[in-house]
Design a protein around this ligand. Structure first.
Ligand SMILES: Nc1ncnc2c1ncn2[C@@H]1O[C@H](COP(=O)(O)OP(=O)(O)O)[C@@H](O)[C@H]1O
Ligand SMILES: [Mg+2]
Length: 327
């Protein structure tokens, strides 16, 4: 199939215009957003493969890789997660599918300073890459499918999609950095950003630098680590990631019970009401509950009934314990 050119949805073009010209000072959050997507994609495949193991194609060592290439001036964020097919690339990366980004756009005021602070408040997901990129390329093959695809855009109104032979399962986001953004090619800087924003990611984040490969995050589920080893900022970043929230938790309760039954509970109480609390679309974020899915979460609203009941029982026991702790 030949290359096809498409236009971004009008709202996306508007958003990209703001993102590309933003003087937002914490541009490095683009990396947090792309790593978060890569980790979500791995979680979604892990969950899908519970009922359809063939989807994992024997490769269940889920991971995120970061490859800076100084000569090409690109930073590649790769994953071996669920990937996207042609339709998903067009829908997910060409329109505003997620409610957080839609809320961002609906709050835009035209006042540059106010709009800028919203980037930090809501995050703009995938599109935040255009804060530092002059071009973004996505190479992807969806798990269970044989055809790979290349999506490409300079963020100026249009993107292209074409078939790609020999694509690996998952996605590779190739960020071609703008003039002046070379810091994202520096392994020390990448390490520091990952430590700050993405250390809570439960999968290894591997930095490939020359011939060397190094895991640069702690790479274990945050709730399995001792409380004394987790900083307030790490709890907060994890809360943002898992809850798709941007406020600070009002209360964080992390407990491990050992006895006949053993379990760990990590409870966050938000400080602000989620902006989409009564939005019917919100249901898609609800099964993101470690109790329901021991290994992570999924975008799929379908939860197996027995599994759900087990999780409810576990959560009832957890609540009793929390009530005891709270006295
Ligand atoms: N690495 C990836 N692998 C698979 N799908 C992805 C990847 N990155 C982005 N996507 C898809 O693009 C969508 C939009 O991403 P994003 O703008 O970050 O919003 P969100 O992560 O909140 O849904 C995701 O919901 C997902 O469906
Ligand atoms: Mg995202």
């Amino acid at each position: 199939m030949t290359q096809e050119t498409r236009s971004f949805q009008a709202e996306v073009s508007r958003l990209l215009e703001i993102v590309a010209h933003s003087l937002y000072s914490e541009k490095e959050i683009f990396l947090r957003e792309l790593i978060s997507n890569a980790s979500d994609a791995c979680d979604r495949l892990r969950y899908a493969a519970l009922t359809e193991p063939a989807l994992a194609e024997g490769d269940t060592e889920y991971r995120v890789t970061l490859i800076p290439d100084k000569a090409a001036r690109t930073l590649t964020i790769g994953d071996n997660g669920i990937g996207m097919n042609r339709e998903e690339l067009i829908d997910n990366l060409g329109t505003i599918a997620r409610s957080g980004t839609a809320a961002f756009v609906s709050q835009l005021s035209g006042d540059a300073r106010r709009d800028m602070s919203l980037i930090g408040q809501f995050g703009v997901g995938f599109y935040s890459a255009f804060m530092v990129a002059e071009q973004v390329e996505v190479l992807s093959r969806k798990a269970g499918e044989s055809q790979g695809w290349r999506w490409m855009s300079d963020g100026k109104g249009e993107f292209t999609v074409e078939a790609l032979p020999d694509a690996a399962r998952g996605a590779k986001i190739i960020v071609r950095l703008r003039e002046g953004e070379d810091e994202y090619l520096d392994p020390a800087r990448l390490r520091q950003i990952v430590k700050t924003y993405s250390d809570h990611i439960g999968l290894p984040i591997i930095l490939k630098d020359g011939g060397k490969e190094e895991t640069i995050n702690t790479a274990s589920a945050l709730w399995t680590r001792p409380r004394s080893e987790i900083t307030a900022d790490q709890y907060k970043e994890f809360y943002h990631h898992v809850g798709h929230s941007f406020d600070d938790p009002w209360l964080t309760l992390h407990n491990k019970a050992e006895g006949v039954l053993e379990y760990t509970s990590l409870l966050f109480v938000p400080s602000t009401k989620p902006f989409d609390l009564f939005d019917p679309e919100r249901t898609q974020h609800q099964p993101r509950d470690a109790a329901i899915q021991p290994h992570g979460r999924t975008n799929s609203p379908a939860i197996d009934k027995a599994n759900f009941e087990r999780a409810c029982e576990k959560s009832r026991r957890g609540s009793r314990r929390i009530r005891q702790i709270l006295g």
